[in-house]
Ligand binder design. Structure first.
Ligand SMILES: *Cc1c(COP(=O)(O)O)cnc(C)c1O
Length: 367
């Protein structure tokens, strides 16, 4: 059996260091907003290349906190239109909706599967106040051209970097490209905690200060509350785990890239389109997404041969019941991807024999 993602084995590589850290934190007796959190925030800001990093409870909260702060600062208002790709995890859109902002779903590219410059520019209109760039599957969706056009029109760029820790645009990391970025450290992400965790990165001092208050009950001094805040903090144990795993993130991403390259080189089946990658050095392969018009049969074919796969994502957001007011929107690429996408195992511990078995089984699929 080749599991989609053997999290237990991946984390076992760090178990000695994690055990020591948990023991140390337990003995120190300071469990929330302490030294580990501050150290992680500094190290992650340096890694991403931003002035600020604020840890928080999870990736959804990171997104929600950014939009909430933008509203509290008066940069966005109730009902403002925010562009969101139709093919992403629902958290991206919910963070917008739950701030009383208006989601507008955008078609992804039918070759890279992200909504980038071309798709976003085609969707921007007079009402657009912000865009949420989702670096889907581990690949950048930002461009300088897009940023220039957004700046000219006063449109805010927020990045959803949940799937792309370590990915690059030119020499710059995703998460440092827009006005602010949300990161999820959900256990299955490239940089994964042992539970829920997230962070916001930004170069904007005012925005960082507002988020730092909102995520801790609207307070920067105990019992003084300057804003309507929430409780979404990164706890000490998760921060310590993330500090340990951050040290090897680049190496793990490099291993994912070589696995992805071997899969792409091995796949040869007219019923299957392997991902088309412009530049391997920039992609971190959170998801290895192939497309097949016979996706469901291919999934069964692989399962019968001991290969576990996943689908990212089976229903586009405009066809979810919770967004039924968008159901009539015509987004054929998002719809096609939902029907054809299949995610193969692609992680740092995938052995050459497993890669060979996976490509042979993909190639033996006859529909
Ligand atoms: C995982 C994910 C999130 C949400 O992160 P959580 O930590 O699970 O809240 C948001 N956006 C995208 C694109 C994701 O993949």
């Amino acid at each position: 059996m080749i599991p989609y993602l053997p999290l237990k084995e991946i984390n076992a590589q760090y178990s000695a260091a994690i055990g020591e850290a948990i023991d140390r934190i337990q003995k120190e007796g300071w469990y929330i907003l302490g030294r580990e959190c501050t150290a992680f925030e500094q190290e992650y800001a340096q890694y991403i290349g931003t002035r600020h990093c604020i840890g928080c409870g999870n990736g959804y909260d990171a997104l929600w906190l950014i939009f909430s702060a933008l509203k509290q600062l008066g940069r966005l208002s109730d009902g403002d239109k925010v562009l969101v790709p139709a093919n992403t995890f629902i958290a991206s859109a919910l963070a917008v909706s739950n701030n009383n902002l208006r989601v507008h779903f955008v078609e992804p590219s039918d070759t890279s599967y992200v909504a980038g410059e071309k798709e976003i520019l085609a969707a921007i209109d007079e009402q657009t106040k912000a865009v949420l760039l989702v670096h889907l599957y581990g690949q950048n969706s930002f461009s300088d051209n897009l940023a220039r056009e957004c700046r000219r029109r006063g449109i805010i760029i927020v990045e959803d970097n949940a799937q792309a820790h370590g990915a690059l645009y030119g020499g710059r990391r995703t998460g440092s490209l827009g006005d602010a970025a949300a990161h999820s450290f959900y256990p299955g992400k490239n940089l994964g905690a042992l539970g829920d965790a997230g962070a916001i990165t930004t170069d904007d001092d005012t925005l960082a200060r507002a988020i730092k208050e909102i995520h801790n009950y609207g307070s920067s001094t105990k019992y003084i509350h300057s804003r309507i805040g929430v409780n979404s903090r990164l706890d000490e144990i998760q921060a310590a785990v993330l500090r340990i795993k951050l040290r090897t993130l680049d190496r793990e991403n490099e291993a994912r890239r070589s696995v992805a390259r071997a899969l792409i080189e091995g796949i040869d089946n007219p019923l299957v389109a392997a991902p088309r990658i412009d530049d391997y050095t920039q992609h971190v392969f959170h998801v290895f997404a192939l497309m097949s018009p016979r996706r469901d049969a291919l999934k069964e074919h692989l399962a019968a041969r001991g290969i576990e796969t996943q689908i990212h994502y089976p229903i586009p957001l405009h066809r979810q019941e919770c967004y039924k007011e968008y159901a009539a929107q015509h987004l054929p690429t998002a719809q096609r991807l939902a029907q054809e996408e299949l995610s193969l195992p692609c992680h740092p511990l995938l052995a050459p024999a497993d890669i060979k078995h996976i490509t042979e089984c993909v190639n033996s699929f006859k529909g």
